[in-house]
Ligand binder design. Structure first.
Ligand SMILES: C[S@@+](CC[C@H](N)C(=O)[O-])C[C@H]1O[C@@H](n2cnc3c(N)ncnc32)[C@H](O)[C@@H]1O
Length: 321
């Protein structure tokens, strides 16, 4: 596992949550993987079956993919949901008005020891570093349960994130945004009567190989690569370029600048997922650490979409004695 800085990718995640309406974030804008949904449905059927509604905490909750499963089983729950992205929590609050939302780093939460009966997290606590599962465990009351789905180092989602990161880094190397800006500048100057056709042609000649490079990336990696970001970039640039005279130079500059920020945030978010993956040894160490601090291990396994598939997640369920 590589070293991780809890706050180092905060901006990248906040950018993501500000721009998405998706529920779950483990795949690039995709729906909740059925095998993960089935895990939580079954977990909450058991965990919420009896007694008073427990105090539930969903850590690094995003838009509340896990909270949603709990509320389906027990609509009267008033869950506590925590994430370091305010935008994520704003989205969650709209979805689930009953939730109490707390902005916090999952590695250093403001909650008291043993203050929740159920502490859950899906692809969440591991982002806060290798020690963060113990912070989650600290919050579990006696008799309470900790249930984590954790990224698998080298697993299915990990590979998808690595491909997506590499695709966007390859796009970055084309410098398409910088070359597009130069071509737009030359085109606007020509339209305004202060530029020359030669200067515009030269800028266009420099821009063309980057466009071809993007087309090649789209061909080899498909239109859905990197969550459709490349396809969107291609379509939008082509649209603006064809209708250049309909745009103001500052609109194009702002759009290209915004897209540059999105690419940076995207690479940061993919990298944070890669850094968060736990190896077998890492999970074994967490399981041992929990056993040594008063927990009984109920489950340590891997979830797979199919038998042949790479693991999608580590499952860790432990109960405080
Ligand atoms: C892959 S998403 C999972 C979100 C949600 N649990 C789900 O399953 O859709 C990772 C989440 O962790 C949050 N996050 C990343 N690092 C964090 C940290 N150090 N403390 C708290 N939240 C963090 C991100 O904002 C994001 O919401």
């Amino acid at each position: 596992m590589t070293a991780r800085g809890p706050a180092s990718h905060a901006g990248a995640w906040d950018t993501y949550w500000r721009g998405t309406r998706e529920n779950a974030a483990h795949r690039e804008g995709g729906p909740q993987e059925p095998v993960l949904a089935a895990f939580w449905a079954s977990f909450f059927q058991t965990a919420l079956a009896t007694g008073n509604p427990p105090a539930l905490l969903d850590l690094a909750c995003g838009h509340g993919a896990v909270t949603g499963h709990a509320l389906q089983v027990s609509p009267s729950l008033a869950p506590c949901c925590s994430d370091y992205s305010l935008s994520a929590l704003q989205g969650l609050q709209q979805r689930y008005p009953r939730a109490r939302c707390v902005v916090a780093d999952a590695g250093h939460t403001p909650f008291a020891d043993a203050s929740f009966d159920l502490v859950v997290s899906q692809f969440g606590v591991e982002y806060a570093g290798p020690e963060a599962p113990y912070e989650a465990a600290r919050l579990v009351a006696t008799g309470g349960t900790l249930a984590l789905l954790v990224h698998v180092e080298g697993g299915a989602i990990y590979r998808e994130c690595a491909d997506n990161r590499d695709t966007v880094m390859a796009l970055r190397e084309l410098n398409i945004l910088g070359l597009a800006q130069a071509a737009f500048d030359a085109g606007f100057a020509l339209n305004a009567g202060i530029g020359t056709p030669e200067a515009f042609k030269a800028a266009e000649r420099a821009f063309t190989p980057a466009v071809r490079g993007l087309e090649q990336l789209l061909q080899t990696r498909g239109p859905q690569a990197a969550g459709g970001l490349l396809q969107q970039l291609y379509t939008d640039i082509a649209h603006m370029y064809r209708r250049m005279s309909a745009y103001a130079p500052e609109d194009v500059r702002n759009w290209l600048g915004g897209m540059d920020g999105e690419l940076t945030a995207y690479i940061g978010r993919m990298q944070s997922m890669l850094d968060a993956g736990f190896s077998r040894a890492g999970m074994d160490a967490v399981a041992q650490g929990l056993s040594a601090t008063g927990f009984s291990l109920r489950e340590l396994s891997q979830l797979r979409v199919s038998e042949q598939a790479q693991a999608a997640a580590w499952v860790l369920v432990a109960q405080r004695r």
